[in-house]
Design a protein around this ligand. Structure first.
Ligand SMILES: C[S@@+](CC[C@H](N)C(=O)[O-])C[C@H]1O[C@@H](n2cnc3c(N)ncnc32)[C@H](O)[C@@H]1O
Length: 391
């Protein structure tokens, strides 16, 4: 059948893994000749197989191949990835996708994975968890020409745990077979019924996602798989719970061993805020921040990083401190003094543009004064004096 992909090295390599791992209810996407679906159907651990292809010729061809081999428990259908797939949860999902960068001169739907090679696979990864049972597995194959790093990033962004279970050199390329499972964080979020999960940002220690929970947009943080730091998620949950009682930090909605869900704050980081806000608003925000940081000092906790807080404060209706991963108990907390240090740095020039002027040594001394007295008034008077000299 000229319009259908005849099994090749990639098909055989993936089929070996299908033989080893397929179980339960199986879905084979892009079935082509039907090789993966037929291999799965012959496996005694497999109950039922669904096989689909976007190409109707392939569906016909695979059906014929299955019949010829006496395999009867496969349901065939035409579908563009998951478009027409029944809404059941599969225990095994298999895909040998078109994974090569598209050849514009000789287009071929069995091979062309999009301009870069990973577009079809990317779409598949985006949708696959909605079709996979909680302990289900995904088996798929791609090549070194597909951009492995991008695939790995996609998988992390979609909260999958993954493992390379086979590889094979092939002329100028290398083939890889991956097995995916839902990560513990994804399983927790599914249990909590969080929908529309989407990657938002990644820090050194935590990955941030957004999602919909109880009809509202929330933020979620999971441990960055490449970080070696221990217990950061638990630590942040602990401190948010405590500090929320003092109206500090985004409201914590839930926490598990693997993920925390909290209020999504719409707003600007402090440097952008200073650029766009009026002097009065900036003054209010700085005052509010000092009050919050003094509360942290009074509680006896160091938030850390307040001397470079550019990514640690979001200013919406009010300034909210974020990122409590490194928060810890301290005999001599430095939240206020670190923020004085920040205000003594480069940001001073930006504040001066808005008419908030003070000298570096004045700000530093005010910090020292605060350290002795525990009173923030000396700091405020410096800021206010800037206000007076630039009406
Ligand atoms: C590389 S072949 C693999 C065929 C077979 N599964 C195998 O292992 O030999 C890719 C198959 O995916 C199908 N395909 C391409 N784009 C698809 C899409 N968006 N949805 C479903 N199938 C698609 C092609 O028609 C082709 O049959």
């Amino acid at each position: 059948m000229p319009d259908t992909y005849e099994p090749q090295e990639d098909s055989f390599l993936l089929a070996e893994q299908v033989k080893k791992y397929a179980r339960g209810i199986v879905l084979d996407i892009g079935t082509g000749s039907g090789i993966q679906a037929i291999t799965a159907a012959k496996n005694p651990r497999v109950k039922k197989v669904y096989a689909s292809d976007v190409n109707p010729e392939a569906v016909k061809y695979a059906k014929g191949n299955a019949l010829r081999q006496g395999v009867k428990n496969i349901i065939f259908m035409e579908s563009d990835i998951f478009q027409n797939i029944p809404t059941i949860r599969f225990d095994t999902i298999i895909f040998n996708p078109p994974y090569l960068p598209a050849d514009v001169k000789v287009p071929d739907r069995a091979l062309d994975g999009g301009k870069k090679g990973y577009e079809v696979l990317g779409k598949f990864i985006e949708q696959v968890s909605d079709h996979l049972s909680p302990d289900g597995i995904v088996l798929f194959i791609f090549s070194s020409l597909t951009n492995k790093q991008k695939i790995d990033e996609f998988l992390v962004e979609h909260l999958f745990s993954f493992e390379e279970i086979a590889q094979e050199p092939l002329f100028m390329e290398q083939l890889f077979v991956y097995m995916l499972k839902k990560s513990p964080a994804l399983l927790d979020l599914e249990k909590k019924k969080v929908k529309e999960i989407s990657a938002f940002d990644h820090g050194k220690r935590g990955l941030i996602f957004t999602g919909k929970w109880k009809k509202k947009k929330i933020a979620m943080k999971i441990k960055n798989p490449s970080s070696t730091a221990l217990n950061r998620i638990e630590n942040e949950a602990y401190w948010l719970k405590r500090l929320n009682k003092k109206e500090i930090g985004p409201t914590l909605f839930f926490s598990t061993e693997n993920v925390i869900g909290f209020e999504f704050i719409e707003g600007l980081f402090i440097d952008d805020f200073i650029e766009y806000a009026t002097r009065k608003k900036i003054m209010n925000v700085i005052h509010s921040l000092f009050f919050q940081l003094k509360i942290l000092d009074d509680v006896g906790v160091d938030k850390e990083e307040m001397h470079h807080p550019l990514k640690h404060i979001i200013i919406g209706k009010a300034p909210i401190l974020i990122d409590f991963e490194r928060c810890h108990v301290s005999q001599s907390p430095k939240n206020v003094t670190q923020f004085c240090q920040f205000l003594s740095g480069k940001i001073r020039l930006e504040l001066a543009k808005k008419g908030i002027t003070y000298r570096t040594d004045e700000m530093r001394n005010a910090g020292k004064q605060y350290k002795k007295t525990g009173k923030i008034e000396s700091i405020f008077s410096i800021l206010n004096h800037g206000n007076i000299s630039h009406p």
